[in-house]
Design a binder for this molecule. Structure first.
Ligand SMILES: Cc1cc2nc3c(=O)[nH]c(=O)nc-3n(C[C@H](O)[C@H](O)[C@H](O)COP(=O)(O)OP(=O)(O)OC[C@H]3O[C@@H](n4cnc5c(N)ncnc54)[C@H](O)[C@@H]3O)c2cc1C
Ligand code: SF4
Length: 575
């Protein structure tokens, strides 16, 4: 793969000149993760010349670490204390481990701030081509019109400027390429998908699924996950080794670095510039058009510019909005594309950390340290507030659960020596856990701004994240924890424990939202800035609500739809 800050794909060819001042690219894309990868693939395969800037380093075979044993690591994989000296925020999140710490930002070099007493976990900040798709949980579901019309249903926020019918063909296209395993259930709050065969259930999972269907009418299904159960595009099926967040030498889960980004590069029309920290969108004040991006080469700290006919931001919601806010000028004092004043506002993410776990003695069995490790478990579909116009008085929207069954060694047994070892071997404890993901409603106070007192190591002003739980969020989490316990007990669980550690998931959206009205939104339905026709924001920042399921599949479907719109508009000379 040719991914080097100064080297260019197609050296000596026309592509090597793409994006210089004398020869602007067709499109400059910022970010080579879930959304930027798709933009690069779709546009380059359609014949456009694209330049992709990514702040991260190149990705290579040395990054496949799923089979690296803990004993070969300096800290034996047992502590993050040393790592936390330079990566305190990232190390506090579960995705960072000793195996993959070098994929994440150094928090000292790249700070963000929060108001006193109001921490926000901006974890999963990646500095490697592929972005968060290296460590994502891969859970992939469609939104439905219940999500796209949530504002009309309950009065909070704004409706999406598009419907399920508009997005369905793009979901189909993305799913067929990504490869998602699961089961279609035929219920409106969980639309059917283009799925590969399921990975299946463990015995206890199958039991919980069936019992809750008959006793409580709840839909418990396999977590739909972007791990292959059938080979596609030369990517073999998953061999269930388990730790996907350390990489995958067989490319068996979806990671932009070895799928969309590679496809884009193969066209010879995509130039990937790594270690390129985008700092500002360049504008022509006369025409009010974006002309390119100013970026800092992270290794040399030199400032460079890359020019294009169109600019697409796909750097993850906080980073794209940071760029727009840092592009403020005399013409756009409140930030670029911010005539509505809502840029940075209405930050949304799922709240999580609530649920329950219980033991299922009927399924206790011998634990197995070497058995297959299925990289997905159970998903429980939303069951609250599905009927329009009749929201629960406690909270207007809904939540789902992700979890699964597992059998662990009973290391807490009494005794010692050979008897203890023998007892531990045969006394595996089987339990099921359900962790909730809830949908908050948009609130203008939840926002991201530029902190005038914080800059990163490259001199770029950093963001301040101001996010709080509301009373309705807490009410939903309480209900979700109680319902999880009730369901597990209804299925025969014992020794039930409520889990309660509220936090936000890494699903940040909403801060440059799409809408039909330019007075209350930043982008139109094609993620095109109302204020600047050749500027697009194609990551989660564009989503006016976050639904109750994981958002990345929807982000990817949206960006492909926007690319098709852009291609059509370029043909018609409308952009
Ligand atoms: C631990 C974890 C688990 C998750 N699990 C799930 C899940 O199960 N299902 C789901 O749907 N979603 C999940 N997500 C969320 C998902 O990963 C993101 O929604 C998705 O990757 C966002 O895509 P993106 O293109 O916006 O950003 P990314 O995929 O993060 O890509 C952004 C890219 O932009 C680059 N970049 C950033 N700033 C700049 C800059 N200034 N200049 C140049 N380049 C820049 C970065 O280096 C990166 O490569 C998870 C996230 C985390 C952290
Ligand atoms: S569990 Fe499957 S997808 Fe994950 S790293 Fe192992 S083989 Fe790859």
């Amino acid at each position: 793969m040719t991914q080097d800050g100064n080297r260019e794909s197609g050296i000596g060819s026309r592509e090597s000149r793409v994006g210089t001042r004398s020869s602007p690219a067709d499109v400059v894309i910022v970010g080579a993760g879930a959304t930027g990868g798709w933009a690069a693939k779709r546009l380059a395969e359609a014949g456009l010349h694209v330049v992709v800037l990514d702040a991260g380093r190149p990705f290579g075979p040395e990054d496949f670490r799923e089979h690296v044993p803990a004993y070969s690591l300096p800290l034996r994989g047992r502590t993050k204390a040393v790592i936390a000296r330079t990566q305190p925020q990232q190390a506090a999140g579960y995705p960072l481990t000793e195996w993959n710490a070098d994929w994440f930002v150094n928090d000292i070099d790249e700070p963000y701030t929060t108001p006193p007493g109001q921490p926000f976990p901006w974890v999963g900040r990646m500095r490697i081509v592929g972005g968060r798709t290296h460590v994502w949980g891969r859970q992939s579901y469609r939104y439905s019109d219940i999500d796209f019309r949530s504002a009309s249903r309950d009065g909070f926020g704004i409706d999406w400027p598009l419907s399920y019918t508009d997005l369905a063909p793009y979901y189909d296209l993305v799913e067929r390429y990504v490869g998602i395993t699961g089961i279609n259930e035929g219920i409106p709050q969980l639309p059917d998908q283009q799925l590969q065969p399921p990975m299946g259930f463990s015995c206890v999972e199958a039991h919980v699924r069936e019992t809750l269907r008959t006793s409580m009418g709840r839909t418990v299904t396999q977590g739909r996950t972007a791990n292959l159960t059938e080979s596609i595009n030369g990517r073999p099926k998953c061999h269930m080794c388990g730790p996907c967040e350390r990489g995958c030498a067989t490319f068996s889960y979806f990671n932009a670095a070895y799928t969309t980004v590679m496809d884009a590069e193969k066209t010879g029309r995509c130039r990937l510039v790594t270690q390129a920290m985008a700092a500002q969108v360049l504008m022509d004040p006369q025409s009010r058009r974006a002309t390119g991006i100013r970026y800092v080469d992270r290794r040399t700290r030199t400032h460079r510019e890359v020019h294009g006919r169109v600019v697409m931001l796909a750097a993850q919601a906080f980073e794209s909005v940071r760029l727009l806010l840092n592009s403020a000028s005399a013409q756009d004092p409140a930030g670029l594309a911010n005539s509505s004043g809502v840029l940075g506002k209405y930050l949304l993410s799922h709240f999580t950390g609530f649920g329950a776990a219980a033991e299922f003695p009927a399924f206790h069995r011998r634990a197995d340290a070497n058995g297959p490790r299925k990289p997905t478990g159970l998903f429980v579909a939303r069951f609250r507030n599905l009927e329009a116009g009749k929201p629960d008085a406690r909270f207007p929207r809904g939540y789902g659960y992700q979890g699964g069954g597992s059998t662990e060694f009973a290391q807490g047994l009494e005794g010692f020596g050979a008897d203890y070892v023998a007892a531990v071997k045969v006394s595996g404890r089987t339990s099921v856990s359900l962790g909730g993901f809830g949908e908050p409603v948009p609130d203008a106070r939840n926002q991201v701004t530029i902190d005038p007192n914080a800059i990163d190591a490259w001199g770029i002003p950093a963001v301040k994240i101001d996010m709080r739980f509301s009373d309705t969020d807490r009410a939903m989490m309480r209900d979700g924890a109680e319902q999880a316990a009730e369901m597990l007990e209804a299925a025969g669980g014992t020794n039930t424990r409520i889990t309660w550690a509220p936090r936000w998931a890494s699903h940040e959206v909403g801060i440059a939202r799409m809408g039909a009205d330019p007075a209350t939104s930043v982008l139109n339905q094609f993620q095109q800035a109302h204020d600047v026709k050749n500027l697009f924001v194609v990551d989660g920042a564009s989503m006016p609500s976050v639904g109750y399921v994981n958002p990345t599949l929807t982000m990817m479907a949206l960006v492909v739809r926007s690319c098709d719109y852009l291609l059509d508009s370029l043909k018609k000379g409308n952009v």
